[in-house]
Design a protein around this ligand. Structure first.
Ligand code: ZN
Length: 261
């Protein structure tokens, strides 16, 4: 197995290469489709249809946008957390989806990237609905870790034998500094997710927004993430949070609690 890193539109993409097929981590932006195609054909010298599975770690457009396009064109199957399609459901989910696509585009503008289509599909309909502890279909060396906090349905995947972790948006790295994902919607869940991730003992952490981390003690990294979580949010975090509370997965439990205690 070999891990390849591809520079995508907004984030890094990773392909785990096996003789029997390619595993894409994770769902990428719609604008990444030609990048992935080119990488398979020119660098790996393999047909794009060799991508047997794409793991969509969460519904944000830069993590879910290319996977359905790959499925349509090349038959790539999609694995994602079991309740992923509730995130953008209904009218308020529709609004959240538009806001998230716009926020992804703002990130692209700030990164001074040439602007491409970022609008992703709102509903993914995964071929495999996974839960924490499940093994990835066709790639059983990789275990699913349920890591909610950034959304209600984030997952990470961990290769226990090689101690490689792909942690989705749980850690953001900018100029060798660690940052929390933007936003953290469920602080308590995020805290629990970091503890779970720390317990894995990863030595390589593949980061979509930032450089790959090589470490002999990943517990220290997650300890730092837990400390960041306790800091009061700055203005940017507060602002992004305000634009990120419209998913029915966020307001419905609150309304239910208020109505029924
Ligand atoms: Zn995200």
């Amino acid at each position: 197995m070999k891990i390849h890193t591809i520079k995508g539109y907004i984030n890094n993409l990773f392909i785990a290469e096996y003789d029997h097929g390619l595993l894409l981590l994770d769902g990428a932006s719609p604008a990444d489709l030609p990048v992935i195609e080119k990488f398979c054909l020119d660098t790996l010298k393999r047909p794009v249809s060799d991508i047997k599975l794409a793991v969509v770690t969460h519904m944000h457009p830069d993590h879910s946008g290319a996977a359905p396009l790959l499925r349509k064109k090349y038959g790539t199957r999609i694995a994602a957390y079991k309740n992923i399609d509730q995130w953008y459901k209904g009218p308020s989910g529709w609004l959240q989806h538009i806001l998230d696509c716009l926020m992804a585009q703002i990130v692209a503008v700030r990164q001074e990237t040439k602007i491409h289509k970022v609008f992703s599909q709102r509903i993914t309909r995964p071929d495999f609905l996974v839960d924490g502890g499940d093994l990835l279909p066709g790639f059983p060396e990789w275990k699913v870790v349920y890591t909610p906090g950034h959304t209600a349905h984030d997952i990470a995947v961990f290769h226990a034998e090689k101690r490689i972790l792909y942690c989705g948006d749980s850690i953001i790295v900018v100029k060798n500094r660690f940052y929390l994902p933007l936003p953290v919607i469920f602080k308590n869940k995020m805290r629990h997710s970091y503890k779970e991730l720390a317990s894995l003992g990863a030595s390589t952490i593949l980061i979509p927004h930032g450089n790959t981390i090589h470490t002999e003690d990943s517990r220290e990294i997650f300890k730092e993430m837990l400390a960041l979580l306790e800091e009061p949010p700055n203005r940017l975090r507060r602002r992004v949070h305000y634009f990120s509370v419209w998913s029915p997965d966020i307001w419905k439990p609150t309304v239910r609690r208020l109505l029924f205690g």
